[in-house]
Design a protein around this ligand. Structure first.
Ligand code: PLP
Length: 358
């Protein structure tokens, strides 16, 4: 098997794989499991620096994004979709599916969203129920300053939905200090658990907006209010994927046990970017570089396939291309979670530079 240096799914540590193989109980009927689930959710909230409750949903990262939009959007609602990347723009689809009117605020994909420019825009128009923004837009490697943007939106009474799937646990996320109403995460990125789970934290303002709807939420699986009171009532809306949650818990404990986790990601990210730049190649974008992924511009005359195959052959390492508007244009190194260590970063960059020089 090739060694993963992709921006998710990432490598999974042995203790997480072992946790997924533990004997399982009936998660609907075993009251102990309600405690286990609740404690796991509390650990998520703790690691994301929030008092807001977290919920683990049975579905891949995309479910969290859709659930946030499904739960907040009522027909006719205007929603500000902050678009400076592929995932950023993608939120418009979810808003539309649930009858909302997405209003795109599109900026250059090479730069992070500029809070001062957004403020000028909002002064003219701020009639939005909520706004969506991506923290790390993985296809381009952009990291947006949600620490500036979410408080700004909040000052206009606009709720915020942040896709932090590819940033959290590699770049710091401070949900409460940054006033993020709903943050969406996934198991398979920097958390380094296998694919399959998403989790969200929900603020009291967001919950209130869901409860004050005039129309019912047009989904069951993507309805975030169905988890309310699960603990008091000892009743999950559907049977929880217990083995996945055992693995997730271990992965969260791994994060908690490593106070230097953000420093590690930064060190690896700096090394990868600096070395590629020193060798004379380009990193996509002008600012806002994520610590979880680096997107290198494919030099003229070279193609994605031969670079990816070359690195696989040279060092037994799997890198990724990109997609959508970046298809065939970028090579991405995922230095997130278990992938993010200096040893593998060196092997990866050396192999990549060797392949490029051929
Ligand atoms: C990975 C990722 C998701 C989840 O989407 P998949 O492509 O289905 O894994 C959502 N948002 C961002 C920013 C991601 O990187």
């Amino acid at each position: 098997m090739l060694k993963l240096m992709t921006p998710g799914p990432t490598r999974v540590r042995e203790n997480v794989r072992m946790a997924r193989s533990l004997e399982t109980t009936n998660p609907d009927l075993d009251l102990e499991f309600y405690n286990y689930y609740k404690e796991t959710c509390e650990l998520i909230s703790e690691l994301l620096n929030t008092k807001n409750p977290a919920y683990i949903l049975s579905g891949e990262g995309i479910l969290g994004l859709e659930a946030a939009c499904a739960s907040l959007t009522e027909p006719g609602d205007r929603v500000l979709v902050i678009d400076n990347g592929v995932f950023g723009r993608g939120f418009a689809d979810f808003v539309r599916i649930y009858g909302g009117e997405p209003v795109l605020y599109t900026t250059d994909y090479q730069t992070m969203v500029d809070a001062a420019a957004l403020k000028e825009y909002l002064e003219q128009d701020h009639d939005f129920k909520y706004a969506t923004i991506v923290h790390c837009d993985t296809p381009s490697g952009r990291l947006n300053p949600i620490q500036d943007i979410c408080p700004l939106l909040k000052s206009y009474g606009i709720l915020t939905v942040v896709d932090a799937v590819a940033s959290m646990f590699g770049d710091v996320v401070q949900v409460d200090d940054w006033q993020v109403d709903i943050v969406c995460g996934g198991s398979q990125k920097a958390l380094s658990a296998p694919v399959g789970l998403t989790f969200v934290t929900v603020s009291s303002d967001a919950l209130q907006a869901m409860k004050q709807r005039k129309t019912p939420i047009a989904s069951f699986y993507a309805n975030l209010t169905i988890f309310e009171n699960y603990y008091e009532n000892k009743w999950f809306p559907y049977t929880m994927p217990i083995s996945d949650i055992y693995g997730l818990r271990r992965a969260l404990e791994n994060v908690k046990a490593e106070p230097g986790i953000y420093e590690r990601h930064k060190q690896v990210a700096d090394y990868v970017r600096d070395t590629i730049l020193e060798a004379g190649y380009c990193i996509y974008g002008k600012n806002g570089y994520a610590n979880t992924v680096t997107a290198m511009v494919i030099p003229n005359g070279m193609d994605e396939k031969s670079i990816l195959e070359g690195v696989a052959k040279e060092a037994n390492i799997m890198l990724a291309g990109s997609f959508d508007v970046f298809a065939g244009k970028l090579i991405r190194i995922g230095h997130m979670g278990e992938n993010a260590n200096m040893n593998d970063a060196k092997l990866t960059v050396e192999a990549l530079l060797k392949v490029l020089s051929k």
